[in-house]
Design a protein around this ligand. Structure first.
Ligand code: UDP
Length: 268
């Protein structure tokens, strides 16, 4: 079992976006802890799916169908995990204003539901580096983002939410933990997610051509969900780091898109 963050057995947790691909895996990992009394998942099922949580048989678990910006609760929480945001470009580009709102207004609302001294954990993104001219990107690199570009709703709302949280830490000593995950793949990715790994897998399984954009030499850090969640666990509640983030979490080996496509074809 994962060791507990705090002594005692009564922690109350809220996971916003816990029905999503990454969120639901985080919920599974959190429920291994024995110090939790109640874990509430908030989700509006925009990109999340109830079937991601349907295997859970745990009396501590509750699901609240709700937008993160308007979530209400008669209790405050010891730990809040904010993952309520689409992460796939075609999904967030379709509803950019909603993406900005979920990240930033979501964080503002959630902070109001945190107990004094509670911990706020946020999944930012490696996308905050934009079109980086430094590669690989250390956390100290400030990135190159276009606030009017097609990915701005995602990049800039992740950046502004980081600013909101780190400034909350500075002015009110908020206990924050911020991660910047790189590309993540694995079970529970939506079939219509639209990103490379799920597109390639779905195309290969249904006998359609693989859509490699460009020459496929562009690369990414592709991280398997269990490894990424292991990183979240260690940073969010298990290890006693003084560092609060931002923390890059990803595969330290870059792989090109064409290599991923060829690998999927070989498997199929
Ligand atoms: N990509 C591709 N074919 C697809 C989907 C994506 O070649 O069907 C490429 C895309 O151009 C990019 C890389 O794969 O260079 C990763 O794209 P994805 O949308 O998975 O994630 P992100 O761009 O957000 O890292």
């Amino acid at each position: 079992d994962a060791p507990a963050l705090r002594d005692g057995i009564d922690a109350t947790l809220l996971v916003a976006g816990g029905a999503g691909f990454v969120g639901s895996h985080l919920v599974d990992r959190l429920l291994r802890r024995t110090d939790i009394e109640r874990l509430v998942v908030v989700g509006n099922l925009w990109t999340g799916q109830l079937e991601n949580l349907s295997h859970i048989r745990d009396r501590r678990f509750h699901f609240e169908p709700c937008d993160v910006e308007t979530v209400r609760s008669d209790q405050l929480f010891d730990e809040i995990y904010h993952l309520a945001s689409p992460a796939s470009p075609p999904w967030y580009m379709q509803q950019p204003e909603r993406t900005i709102s979920a990240n930033l207004l979501g964080a503002m609302r959630l902070r109001e539901l945190l107990k004094e001294g509670g911990r706020f954990c946020y999944t930012s993104s490696s996308e905050i580096y934009g079109d980086p001219i430094v590669s690989p990107q250390p956390e100290s690199y400030h990135g190159q983002v276009d606030c009017t570009g097609p990915r701005s709703s995602y990049d800039e709302s992740k950046r502004c939410t980081e600013a909101f949280l780190f400034e909350s830490r500075r002015v009110r000593n908020l206990d924050v933990r911020v991660v910047r995950p790189f590309n993540i793949y694995g079970p529970r990715t939506r079939a219509d997610d639209g990103r490379a790994v799920s597109n390639f897998a779905m195309q290969a399984l249904t006998g359609r051509p693989i859509t490699v954009y460009g020459d496929g030499t562009q690369s990414r850090s592709w991280g398997y969900i269990d490894d990424i969640i292991e990183g979240f666990e260690r940073f969010f509640w298990r290890d006693t780091f003084d560092y609060r983030g931002p923390l890059n979490i990803g595969n330290d080996r870059e792989i090109s898109v064409i290599e991923v496509a060829r690998y999927v074809c070989r498997l199929i």
